[in-house]
Each structure stands twice: as structure tokens, then as C-alpha cells.
Design a protein around this ligand. Structure first.
Ligand SMILES: [Fe+2]
Length: 154
């Protein structure tokens, strides 16, 4: 493989590892909210946040294994995840539903933007495996954002 081609592929892997880092921090953050949620709609949110972090954990496993299948190394330490995530950790304190809805909604937008970036760059390199993998994520996040947006109205 030519040096230039390898550099381009490594840029795609870097994007995937950054996405993996976002997902790792997102999973911890959702679990934090699952523990710290209080007030109105406690039962609904406590359940829903668990569903979300279970799903995010499946996604991060899928992304890490996708990186491995391409012959590269996924990040595997908290240090790397923290240094490469765009998602900010939540404080360990009680939190109400409106703050959770708006924070989680912002974070899913961050994930959605990252997925779009990965898809666009993968397409340029004819990396259709990565590109098509991203389609599920785009649908998933768009649906979550719609539902969160509806939930914030009440
Ligand atoms: Fe629990």
C-alpha cells in the first residue's frame, strides 16, 4: 500500500477511535443520569436511560470490532477515551428531567455529527463497509433526537 493511501486510512481510523471515545464517555454519562435522576418522570427516565446505555455499549463494541476487522487497534484505556471524546462527563449530582433531556439531546447531536463526518470521509475513500455501517447509526440518532425533542415540550 502506498504511504499516502495508508495515511488516509489512518485518518478514518482516527475518526472511528474518536467516535469510540464519545460512545464510552456517553455510556458512563447515561449511567450517571440513570443513578442521579430525580423528580417527575423518575420511573420513565430511570428505565429509558438504562435502555440507552445498554444500546450505546453494544454500539461501542461494534465500532471497536469494526476497527479490529480493518486491521487496526481500537482504543482500550479510559485515558485515551477521555482525551479523545467530545462528550463531557456529567457531575456526580442529582439532576432533573429537563436538564437530562437537553443534555442527552445535545450529546446525541454530537454523536450524529461525528457519524456524518465518518460517513463522508469513508465514502471519499470508497470505504463502503464503514459508510454503510454508519447508516444504522444515523437512523438511530435521528429517531432519538425526534423523541427527545417531543419529550422536552411537556
Ligand atoms: Fe440500574
Amino acid at each position: 500500500m502506498k504511504v499516502k493511501e495508508r495515511d488516509i486510512i489512518e485518518e478514518n481510523i482516527k475518526n472511528l477511535n474518536e467516535f469510540l471515545s464519545d460512545l464510552e464517555v456517553m455510556a458512563i454519562k447515561l449511567q450517571n443520569y440513570h443513578w442521579n435522576v430525580q423528580g417527575k418522570e423518575f420511573f420513565v427516565l430511570h428505565e429509558k436511560l438504562e435502555e440507552y446505555y445498554d444500546e450505546i455499549r453494544d454500539q461501542l463494541d461494534e465500532i471497536a470490532e469494526h476497527i479490529l476487522a480493518k486491521g487496526y487497534e481500537p482504543f482500550g484505556t479510559m485515558k485515551d477515551f477521555m482525551e479523545n471524546s467530545k462528550i463531557q462527563e456529567a457531575k456526580n449530582e442529582k439532576i432533573g428531567r429537563q436538564e437530562i433531556y437537553s443534555s442527552v439531546s445535545q450529546d446525541f447531536q454530537t454523536l450524529q455529527q461525528k457519524v456524518m463526518q465518518i460517513k463522508q470521509e469513508a465514502e471519499k475513500q470508497s470505504d463502503y463497509e464503514t459508510s454503510s455501517l454508519m447508516d444504522d447509526y444515523l437512523r438511530n440518532y435521528a429517531k432519538k433526537l425526534w423523541m427527545l425533542n417531543e419529550s422536552m415540550k411537556g
